[in-house]
Design a protein around this ligand. Structure first.
Ligand SMILES: NC(=O)c1ccc[n+]([C@@H]2O[C@H](COP(=O)([O-])OP(=O)(O)OC[C@H]3O[C@@H](n4cnc5c(N)ncnc54)[C@H](O)[C@@H]3O)[C@@H](O)[C@H]2O)c1
Length: 342
């Protein structure tokens, strides 16, 4: 008999790490994880981890012969900055990788006669505002507005959202025997800030990078202008959002793609918050024109009222709690421990 599991791709990344901890604590089903990278020792004890590529067909075929996949959190991706340097590789991982997993989830849904839940994290990169004046006027964008991404990563995310909806509603629509459809659900996240992992390859990374540098006591030069504003969310809220959306009864979902957010602030306000807790922090601004252009095209804030209305989304960590209760104490502790160990 195949073993029923929750599968997490990209499990060794920032969100994956946090999600494994929460899912293991819930203990609903055993976890099966897949990533090019190994997991840290602690998380490796919580899951059966396969070190491999989501594009490795042989690996995936072996996996479906051994496991019944109840839910997939498909997190594996190349993030925005990295994707801009290697757009074709990003397309392969972000689009072809997602297609392969949607296909796998479809086949599993059909085989077991029950939809596999397919949870997909999208991003504010799916939006693209043409200029700063539009960004000012359309401050809180809704899901269907300004879907004109200007990065490979954003294009990949927007298209994969559509692919997920297709597999959920129309896959094999002309076949005589319509299969059991998978159950696709997607969140558009703002920039995420984690106390425990350092971001890499994202274009919203300047926020968390400021904070980690301050806690380490090293100077930081911010790659965007002081006035640029985008939305952010602390990692515990990102995980909560993923879990709440997974648990929501299908009939309450009026959409398959939802914005979620917590607080929105400019780079200079982010710096002020860091200085409040680390008054000696040395944070300067030296904008990189190209990365700046990408952040300028992202919305200043997200309208997440459909998520709030449909499945009761509510961030637990607003700006004050994020810094005061989650980020600063945990980051300070992290670097204090690392200092002691070295
Ligand atoms: N962190 C954010 O601010 C943010 C915001 C919005 C959306 N997201 C999305 O959430 C997901 C997870 O983000 P994250 O911050 O944890 O990213 P991350 O870069 O920390 O983790 C991604 C993981 O995917 C793995 N991976 C990449 N290619 C792979 C492949 N071919 N096969 C197997 N594994 C592969 C990497 O090794 C890495 O561990 C991504 O889809 C990302 O686009 C993140």
């Amino acid at each position: 008999m195949r073993k029923k599991v929750i599968m997490i791709t990209g499990a060794a990344g920032e969100i994956g790490n946090a999600l494994i901890n929460s899912l293991a604590e819930q203990g609903a089903l055993p976890l099966l994880s897949l990533d090019l990278q190994p997991l840290p020792e602690r998380e490796a004890r919580m899951t059966t981890h396969l070190q491999g590529d989501i594009l490795d067909q042989a690996l995936l075929s072996r996996l479906v012969s051994e496991y019944e996949i109840d839910t997939i959190y498909h997190l594996a991706a190349l993030l925005s900055t990295r994707a801009e340097f290697t757009p074709e590789a990003a397309h392969r991982v972000n689009v072809e990788g997602t297609l392969v997993l949607l296909k796998l989830a479809s086949e599993q849904s059909e085989w077991r006669g029950t939809p596999v839940r397919f949870i997909f994290p999208s991003s504010i990169a799916a939006y693209g505002l043409p200029d700063l004046e539009t960004k000012r006027v359309y401050a809180r964008v809704r899901e269907w507005e300004w879907n004109y991404p200007r990065t490979m990563y954003g294009c990949n995310k927007l298209y994969c959202e559509q692919l997920g909806i297709y597999f959920s509603r129309h896959y094999r629509q002309l076949a005589a025997d319509r299969p059991v459809m998978l159950d696709f659900r997607c969140l558009r996240f703002p920039g995420l800030v984690s106390a425990f992992t350092l971001p890499s390859g994202g274009t919203s990374d300047y926020g968390p990078e400021m904070l980690h540098a301050a806690a380490k006591g090293v100077p930081y030069s911010c790659f965007v202008r002081e006035d640029v504003q985008i939305p952010f969310m602390s990692m515990p809220d990102a995980v909560t959002a993923l879990l709440r959306l997974t648990e929501a009864p299908r009939q309450v979902l009026s959409r398959l793609v939802y914005n979620v957010t917590s607080f929105s602030l400019s780079a200079s306000e982010f710096r002020q918050w860091v200085l409040k807790y680390f008054p000696d922090a040395q944070i300067t601004f030296d904008p990189d024109v190209k990365r700046q252009g990408i952040v300028d095209s992202w919305p200043a804030d997200l309208d997440d009222s459909p998520a709030r209305r449909d499945w009761g989304w509510q961030p637990e960590y607003d700006l004050e709690r994020s810094f005061g209760e989650y980020l600063v104490p945990n980051i300070t502790n992290r670097y204090r421990k690392l200092k002691v160990e070295s």
